[in-house]
Ligand binder design. Structure first.
Ligand code: AMP
Length: 172
């Protein structure tokens, strides 16, 4: 069950800044069974709906989102930090748990009305996922839900993502 995933997550104190407890998911990635299970549980959050594209957030989100996309028979679309995408982009600025950033999405990556599942490794303040949703909304995506492996529930990031459904596998 997800408790095996929880047990594998390594808390790294004061990374990348003092006061942050970083949830290191690399032990899950390195374990074939746990990685497979994490992707299965994220896929279940789609609730059997047809997903056209899974959108992943730079950078750890890519790992989960790409695997989920393949398992669901969907395409994969990256949302990246500023300056990384080569084609014409939409962009938006946001603040996150430990800094500020700008994210971008290719303007032709999604067609209006396509069913989208947004996937990331971790939901903290909700700034990153909120910025991603803003870009997806601008392109007219039909966002079926936001699925993350880990939610830091005490930060109430999901409040920023309303009214989109948020599914999390492990809550802290
Ligand atoms: P936020 O925008 O505050 O919801 O932060 C979420 C993004 O920052 C995710 O893409 C995470 O990868 C990363 N992140 C924020 N806080 C942590 C944390 N405590 N441990 C690991 N990653 C984090």
């Amino acid at each position: 069950m997800p408790e095996a995933l929880r047990a594998a997550i390594r808390d790294v104190v004061d990374f990348p800044k003092p006061g942050i407890i970083f949830k290191d998911i690399t032990p899950i990635l390195a374990d074939a069974k746990l990685f497979h299970q994490s992707i299965s549980l994220l896929c279940e959050t789609a609730g059997g709906r047809v997903i056209d594209k899974v959108v992943g957030i730079d950078a750890r989100g890519f790992i989960f989102a790409a695997a989920v996309a393949d398992r669901l028979g969907a395409g994969f679309v990256p949302i990246r930090k500023k300056g990384k995408l080569p084609w014409k982009t939409l962009q938006t600025a946001y603040s996150l748990e430990y800094g500020e950033s700008i994210v971008e999405l290719h303007e032709d990556a999604i067609q209006p009305g396509e069913s989208i599942l947004l996937v990331d490794d971790l939901l903290a303040t909700g700034g990153t996922a909120g910025a991603a949703l803003k870009l997806l909304d601008e392109l007219g995506a039909n966002v079926v839900g936001v699925s993350v492996l880990i939610e830091l529930a005490f930060l109430d990031g999901r409040a920023k993502l309303e009214p989109h459904p948020v599914h999390t596998i492990l809550s802290y």
